[in-house]
Write a protein that binds this ligand. Sequence first.
Ligand code: DC
Length: 227
Amino acid sequence: MMKQIPVIAIDGPSASGKGTVAQLVAKSLGFHYLDSGALYRLVALKATQLNIASTDQILLATIAKNLNIEFKNQEIYLDDCIVTQDIRAEQCGILASQLAAYPQVREALTERQRKFCQPPGLVADGRDMGSTIFPHALLKVFLTASAEIRAQRRLKQLMEKGIDANIDILLHDIQKRDERDSNRSVAPLKQEIDARLLDTTSLTISEAQHQVLSWYNEIEQKNRAWT
Ligand code: DC
């Protein structure tokens, strides 16, 4: 039997730190990394550049299908321009969350995401990695933290970048985004029954990284014992 490419799916709400943890785990294992949220943000950025209404599902899906993007040397390119920072803007995240509720947009991005699954393995983070994109993932993690802690982490991140922000507004935005991402009818954000819960409210990044690695090693060892 052909050996499957191992996938670690890390899903969770906005600002939970899943991106940081996923990148560190990928680095430790020498695996590829997929930031699926970046794809939705790229659609949002392109739609903004083209002045497309957030309600135009057909056009948004067409954009998603035809995105000209590249992930190279830690940078993200859209139409050959570096947009790594641009897609992190709060407005881009809000629009990404709105258009992510459209089934045609999600479908248009499905194959693109699966192509990231290359040897020796993949760590993918998002909302539906374990439920929809990589349902056969070797390890599924639902990484979360309280909304208050996530707002504080986001505030710290913004302040480090010299961006002024208000904790109450950040908390409100996070709660609204959670609600939209969790209540949409397609691929909503939720903990799958086969996903392990990792609550990072009182964990450091390094502790969260090592917990994921330890779960992965445990599964790997079990698999080896069976073959
Ligand atoms: O992870 P993020 O904040 O960069 O994601 C931005 C938005 O994209 C998020 O609010 C919901 C959407 N998203 C999604 O629906 N499915 C994913 N797998 C990743 C992100």
